[in-house]
Write a protein that binds this ligand. Structure first.
Ligand code: ZN
Length: 113
């Protein structure tokens, strides 16, 4: 509930600068989801983002980029604790460094409509 309120207070831009999408605490680490919009939404919900908020984020986040292969990239600031507690096999998030690749949870190419 508090996550939802906080995210919505951000003006639907998705992720606040420097805060974890799961616990809203300050973090300098992030992961990237790469796939169909549904894949991005599933990834966010795996990090405890409520489904309706995840849908809104994917629909409105200006940071989402469409790749030539049709998949979308969404970088998500998230702390290592929230990734650990997600119960997923997601890689540990990495410190955001301009120009460096983030650990990426990618949908296989060709699976999206
Ligand atoms: Zn967190």
């Amino acid at each position: 509930m508090s996550n939802r309120r906080n995210l919505l207070a951000l003006g639907l831009h998705g992720i606040s600068e420097g805060t974890c999408v799961g616990c809203m605490k300050a973090t300098d680490t992030a992961l990237r989801f790469r796939g169909s919009p549904e894949w991005l939404i599933a990834g966010l919900t795996a990090l405890a983002v409520p489904c309706d908020v995840a849908i809104t984020m994917v629909a409105h986040d200006p940071g989402i980029t469409r790749r030539p292969d049709g998949r979308y990239d969404l970088s998500v600031q998230v702390c290592a604790a929230c990734v650990r507690e997600s119960g997923t096999s997601f890689p540990a998030p990495a410190v955001v460094v301009i120009g460096a690749e983030l650990p990426t949870i990618a949908q296989a190419p060709g699976l999206q409509p």
